[in-house]
Each structure stands twice: as structure tokens, then as C-alpha cells.
Design a protein around this ligand. Structure first.
Ligand SMILES: [Zn+2]
Ligand SMILES: [Zn+2]
Length: 281
């Protein structure tokens, strides 16, 4: 048996229509449509999940899919049961489980979330699965550093939890925000790719601007009005004030006034030199 080097066919954070998926995976005409259009499908060894997020009511789905931290809480079709073959192949996949999400039925393009791994499931109807994305072959720029997420979790309990989870980690909202603003920190203007090159490409945190008081039950996020890209340093500093974080403008003010002070007192520093000391092997 020949073991082919496994390569993932989709890029996390990119958009794909079903047609794109058919083409990339060479799905023959006769095997398209059907289950592909209604939620999840199998092709060769792999499974494909297409989910709507935060569009309940509009889609008529009683069990809204949502993000919980970096995980996706997902419901299978109405009437689905644990014993169904289609569910079993998701729970015990022989290949990969490619998971795609979108905000509304009107949008033909889905954001590829990653190769999902079952974190937990519930024997309900519909079946409920929590997917996590831990495939080391994929990179997930939306995952916050633990320091930030832990400090945010400590504040305001449940409300804060929802705040961080749903708004700052929702990959779809992130994507829209970054498409609009780019990946430059709104506070200090740091750009990871400028400083770190290729490995910094596309890296940024996303900060949610609305105060907790403004977030009601029916609150729907506007990724451009309500989110701003920030670097992890500035993100941590924004959340230094609790429970209401500093505004972007306030922190900019603090940062720039501080820069003026340090510029006056500090001696011009040299970049670290690699030739400062003779090297020993
Ligand atoms: Zn910054
Ligand atoms: Zn934040």
C-alpha cells in the first residue's frame, strides 16, 4: 500500500463556494448536490460540513450553531440521531472533516474553519457536536494567547465570557473586520508582517469595542463598527481597565504621550548586535 503524504486541500480563513469545493476535490457531477446542499456530506474518506452561524430564525434552524471560544458548537440536521451513518462517520472519521461556515443563506461563500476534531457530542436529536480545530498542519491566527483570554475570562463572569467568545473569536466577524481595516494595530500601528516577515503575515487580534452595557440579548455584531484590529500588546493594555476597557483613542493617547516622554530621556539605543561577542562553539 502506498501512503500518500497528506496535504490539506483548503486554507483556513479563506472563502470557498460549494462549487469551489467540488472542483478542488474533483467531485464528479453525479455526486454533487443532495447532502452537500443540506449540511454535511461524505466523499471518498472525507466529510464536509457546511454550517450557518448566527442566522437562526432566518434559516428556520431551531438550534443555532455558535462559537464557544475557539470551538464550534454545531447541530446536525433536524431529526438526526447518533445511530445514523452520516453522524457516525462524523464522529469516527476515516479521513478529514472539513468544516465551512457562513453568516447567511444568501452568501454562496463559506469560510473554511479547519479540519474539525470532535471535542464532545450529545446524544440528542438533532445530534450536537462540539468541534475543535487542532490539526497541527493548519494555522489559526484567530486563536488568542492564553494570557489575554484568561485575564478576560476573570472579569464579569458569564457576560464577559460571551463577549470574548462570540465577538472577538468569531472567525467570520474577524475576517470581515480585517478585510476592512487590514492587519495593522489600531493603537500602535504595528504590522506583524513588517517586523516578522512571512510568519507574521495575517496575524492580529481583534478587539470588540462595544461596552458590556450596550450588548443586549438581541445584539448582532457589526464587524466594521464594533471590531478593530489590535496587536496582542495593545489588546492586553486595552483590557487593563476593568470591567470597561480603555477605548482605542484613550490608549493611543497614553501610548503617544508616553513615547514623547521616553524619547526625551532615553539615549539612542543600538539594535542588538550579533557580533558583539566572539562566538564560542
Ligand atoms: Zn498595538
Ligand atoms: Zn478585547
Amino acid at each position: 500500500m502506498i501512503v500518500k503524504e497528506e496535504r490539506l486541500s483548503f486554507v483556513v480563513g479563506e472563502f470557498y463556494s460549494r462549487k469551489d469545493v467540488y472542483q478542488i476535490m474533483s467531485v464528479p457531477e453525479g455526486k454533487r448536490g443532495g447532502n452537500w446542499d443540506t449540511g454535511y456530506s461524505r466523499f471518498n474518506n472525507d466529510c464536509y460540513v457546511f454550517a450557518n452561524i448566527g442566522a437562526s430564525g432566518r434559516t428556520g434552524h431551531d438550534y443555532p450553531n455558535r462559537f464557544d471560544g475557539n470551538d464550534l458548537v454545531w447541530y446536525a440536521k433536524n431529526g438526526s440521531k447518533l445511530s445514523h451513518n452520516s453522524i457516525q462517520s462524523l464522529l469516527n472519521p476515516t479521513g478529514k472533516v472539513y468544516i465551512f461556515v457562513r453568516e447567511s443563506n444568501d452568501n454562496p461563500n463559506f469560510l473554511y474553519l479547519g479540519n474539525g476534531k470532535v471535542k464532545s457530542f450529545r446524544d440528542t436529536s438533532p445530534v450536537n457536536i462540539v468541534w475543535q480545530f487542532t490539526d497541527p498542519r493548519e494555522s489559526h491566527p484567530e486563536i488568542l494567547t492564553e494570557e489575554v483570554s484568561e485575564s478576560e475570562k476573570l472579569v464579569e463572569g458569564a457576560i464577559k465570557q460571551v463577549f470574548v467568545n462570540i465577538y472577538e473569536r468569531n472567525p467570520l466577524a474577524r475576517k470581515r473586520c480585517i478585510e476592512h481595516y487590514g492587519v495593522v494595530c489600531s493603537v500602535c500601528e504595528f504590522n506583524f508582517a513588517d517586523h516578522y516577515g512571512e510568519i507574521g503575515e495575517g496575524f492580529i487580534h481583534v478587539h470588540h469595542l462595544k461596552s458590556l452595557r450596550e450588548i443586549g440579548k438581541e445584539y448582532e455584531i457589526n464587524p466594521i463598527k464594533d471590531l478593530k484590529p489590535v496587536c496582542p500588546n495593545c489588546h492586553a493594555m486595552l483590557h487593563k481597565r476593568k470591567p470597561e476597557p480603555y477605548s482605542i483613542e484613550e490608549l493611543r493617547g497614553i501610548l503617544w504621550s508616553q513615547k514623547k516622554v521616553t524619547r526625551k530621556v532615553s539615549v539612542k539605543s543600538n539594535p542588538p548586535s550579533i557580533a558583539a561577542k566572539p562566538m564560542r562553539e
